[in-house]
Design a protein around this ligand. Sequence first.
Ligand code: AMP
Length: 383
Amino acid sequence: MFARAIKASKSSLNVGIGRTNKHCSPQWCPPINRYAHHRSRVPVIPHTSIKIFREIPELREWRRKQLVDYRSVGLVPTMGALHEGHISLMRMAAAENHRVVVSIYVNPTQFGVHEDLDSYPKTWEKDCDILRDLDKELAGDGKNLGSVAAVFAPTTNVMYPSGRPSQEVDGKGSFVTITPVGELLEGASRPTFFRGVATVCMKLFNIVTPEKVYFGQKDVQQTVVIKKMVKDFCMNTEVMVGETQRESDGLALSSRNVYLGARRRKLATTLSKVLRVAEANYLRGSRSRDELLGPARELARLLLMEQHQLQPQERVKFEVDYISLADPDTMEELEEVDESKGAILSGAVKMLPVEASQPGEDLGLSGGPPVRLIDNIILKPVK
Ligand code: AMP
């Protein structure tokens, strides 16, 4: 009888330790399981209290505790290779939420079959250092409501429990598609991109259930797609947008800039220069598509012609994919800007690999593959 009781108590201990009991969160568990939850420790980024979640149940358990404690949660989705653009979103989230969750996941379904999924920069150690520094900064700055509390860094098996769906345009799988906005501009050049983005964001929002989610203006069409998804699927979160962070010469920060190498990096400001020309014309009073985009396209043509006159071992070739003047809510092209709504100027330029290198030249990560740069400027409504 006594032996049977010991056996029973051992087996109930085994159920709890190292596993999440899906029927109870810590608050409602019997004492033995409360102890067990305490024992199943979630790792943290060294020298911080930032938890690292790799599985969904542990994260959900933590999230429930925040809800019970009336702590708001903000989510910053990223693909890692963190830079100041990501950090600015985390600062914004920490100012407005008690707890910030940063997700780091290179989402395969938003990469086309011929895109850079395998070579996409993965810098986990450096990302942890950046988060540790940010943690110190936020702790020393009395203005914030909260700080980064957790990183969610799942595997693909966790994010795609039925198996990773195909990256092909007509691939089958459980996808979220937001059309027509997801088919325009970036979506026209990268037909599976916004399907992958919306699908992974839907999963992240379902897992973290954040009060607010943070996205960068840098990827303006993405913000429109996500806002539409949240609205159309009646999701209970608010989409916040942070300003584009730039290098001092105007180049928008991007994890992909490491592919450029020194020579193409100098020319990478072409897109922002071209968009600035159109913006300057808007500020001077131009409203029609031709008046705004004509001079911008002319500058792109001149800058490319200049390069063509150089030797192959000095020049940089690029292709302008699009320069767009679009409605801020739909991303549909405009012939004329409605002053009461403003517009989005955006563009994409493909920097081609250098044709001939000089000895010892820095060509960029992975030998300098083609790099697609995107950027945009908001033309604000005129009051
Ligand atoms: P990514 O890791 O490239 O998927 O980006 C994660 C988030 O950071 C997205 O919401 C991006 O829009 C945002 N982001 C990327 N670059 C910048 C930037 N230069 N300025 C502001 N936000 C950015």
